[in-house]
Design a protein around this ligand. Structure first.
Ligand code: TEU
Length: 521
């Protein structure tokens, strides 16, 4: 049983792509159930399960048409209840995705709302005679979609099939409270709240987000008695030093923590093909630790999720130093100062996938980008950008072995070379190193309750310190080049992703040192 949230080690499961138990090409609950022993062996103790609700699948499940119904391709309510019970039996907590900002336009609420201006559900969504601003959709085009039926525009921050809910309407807020309560009664332990900072809108602002009633709505929802002990993490792209305590200060009864994205926004957008410097990534992660530590809330630390390209391709080296960079990036997440969030397959060092033709891609954001850019630039260069940044990269079915299987999305292009079975039997196994990192984090409470401090951050390497009472650990992480080693006196090597420690650090070398305690120096 977990004592504090800081002990949590999260693993995000994207159900459609995790494990397909019946060969229909779509991951499902029974597949997840079959892999609980694998997750237990890895050592994680909390899972975030991405949407599995009834959905037309325009935005891969983030366009929900019934919050209480399960997509039959993913399973039944009995399967869900069995899965949650088995996770709990194995000491693993379960949080679900709570998509509060919008529904699918197939949702009955929207189907009613669009019928007429005086329909009782009209104000469940945001309708205007003409667009009040020039907000753009994340997936391209205007965020205001014209609907013929009543000749008005509705707000859709994402796909045109995802209509923004009107949280000004108390009936909407009551409906969303009921959705939270329904799944809490099923025994889940909390929620990851999709684009939570968009639920309050200020239409005079240049872009959607962080409206005037945001914290009122969050507090109204999560300060209720049945939510006081749950874990909540808000996906808040607007989270920053100035507003962190509004979201996460404990006495405000809003959120346990947030996902902030400063360390993942160091380029000019996902398709720009810039490899951000690991020094800059580490700087942003360290700054965010300090912000959250100053308000007494746990930070989150993550490099991957279902929207992000694979970290070993984006920040590491997915060819010559794939093992080394995958294990070093995993160590950065797992031994840093906040709650670590791993994404499915990160523990194997899966890389981006490569596909030549846009017809092999599924993601709404990717296809929206292609539609805008196609024809403006050389097709091969455009496909390079798409392969580098597409949200399809984390969504290929997990390759449990080398056998090609039926799949709802293009197969992972490096399946033969990189798959779970092969990694698990390899002398240099990414999974095995992740197990060691997780075991160390669990064994030494320096990594959960201890101080986090930067020691040295250069263009070539990063050293940070974790300390609690008499114990101190130093973590040294070399970026992509061989470099001079940081000075480490009176310290013992506890973990190393290379066979030995040389006179310098090797590319992506990751070493954990334990300072010798006074008695045995
Ligand atoms: O993502 C929020 C979001 O805005 C991302 O789509 C991100 O901005 C974009 O990928 C930047 O390139 C959440 C979910 O995580 C995402 O999967 C959904 O598509 C989106 O909300 C709508 O629900």
């Amino acid at each position: 049983m977990l004592k504090t949230d800081k002990e949590r080690i999260f693993y995000q499961i994207y159900p459609k792509s995790f494990c397909d138990s019946n060969g229909d090409g779509v991951g499902d609950f029974r597949g997840i159930i079959s892999k609980i022993p694998y997750l237990k062996e890895l050592g994680i103790n909390s899972v975030w399960i991405s949407p599995f609700f009834e959905s037309p699948g325009v935005d891969s499940g983030y366009d929900i048409s019934d919050y209480r119904a399960i997509d039959p391709k993913i399973g039944t309510m009995e399967d869900f209840e069995e899965m949650v019970a088995l996770f709990h039996k194995n000491g693993i907590d379960v949080i679900l995705d709570f998509v509060a900002n919008h529904t699918s336009t197939e949702h009955v609420w929207f189907q009613q709302s669009k019928k007429s201006k005086d329909n009782p559900f009209r104000d469940y969504y945001i309708w205007r005679k003409t667009p009040p601003n020039d907000w753009q959709s994340t997936f391209g085009g205007s965020a205001w979609e014209f609907d013929e039926t009543t000749g008005e525009y509705y707000l859709r921050t994402f796909a045109k099939e995802q209509a923004d809910l009107n949280w000004e309407n108390p009936n909407v807020r009551k409906e969303m409270q009921a959705v939270v309560d329904f799944w809490l009664e099923k025994g889940v332990n909390g929620f990851r709240c999709d684009v939570l900072d968009l639920i309050s809108k200020d239409f005079s602002s240049p872009e959607n987000g962080s409206g005037p009633k945001l914290h009122e709505y969050i507090r109204e929802l999560f300060s209720r008695e049945n939510c006081k002990n749950i874990f909540t993490v808000g996906e808040c792209w607007s989270a920053k030093k100035e507003n962190a305590e509004l979201f996460c200060k404990k006495d405000r009864k809003e959120l346990t923590t947030v996902f902030a994205f400063h360390h993942l926004c160091l380029d000019n957008g996902r398709f720009c093909m810039e490899k951000p410097s690991l020094k800059a990534v580490c700087e942003k992660l360290s700054k965010w630790q300090k912000v959250m530590s100053d308000i007494g809330a746990p930070a989150t630390v993550f490099l991957e999720n279902h929207d992000q390209a694979r970290s070993v391709s984006r920040f590491g080296d997915d060819t010559k130093y794939r093992f080394e960079s995958a294990t070093a990036l995993g160590g950065l997440v797992l031994l840093h100062g906040g709650i670590p969030f791993l994404y499915q397959g990160q523990e194997i060092g899966f890389t981006n996938s490569y596909h030549q033709n846009i017809a092999e891609f599924d993601d709404a954001e990717t296809l929206g980008y292609y539609a805008i850019e196609h024809g403006k630039t050389d097709e091969r260069a455009l496909m390079e950008k798409i392969n580098f940044g597409s949200r399809d990269n984390p969504r290929h079915l997990i390759s449990w072995d080398a056998e090609r299987k039926k799949s709802w999305i293009a197969p992972y292009s490096r399946q033969g070379e990189i798959n779970v079975a092969k990694d698990r039997s390899a002398p240099k196994s990414v999974f095995a190193f992740y197990q060691s990192l997780i075991a160390l984090r669990k064994r030494e409470n320096c990594f959960t309750e201890g101080e986090f401090e930067d020691v040295e951050l250069t263009d070539d390497y990063y050293v940070f310190k974790r300390s609690l009472g008499e114990k101190t650990f130093f973590v040294a992480f070399a970026f992509g080049q061989k470099c001079a080693a940081p000075k480490m006196e009176n310290a013992e090597v506890i973990l190393n992703n290379y066979p030995s420690v040389g006179d310098g650090l090797m590319p992506y070398q990751f070493i954990v040192y334990q300072k010798k305690e006074k008695g045995n120096r």
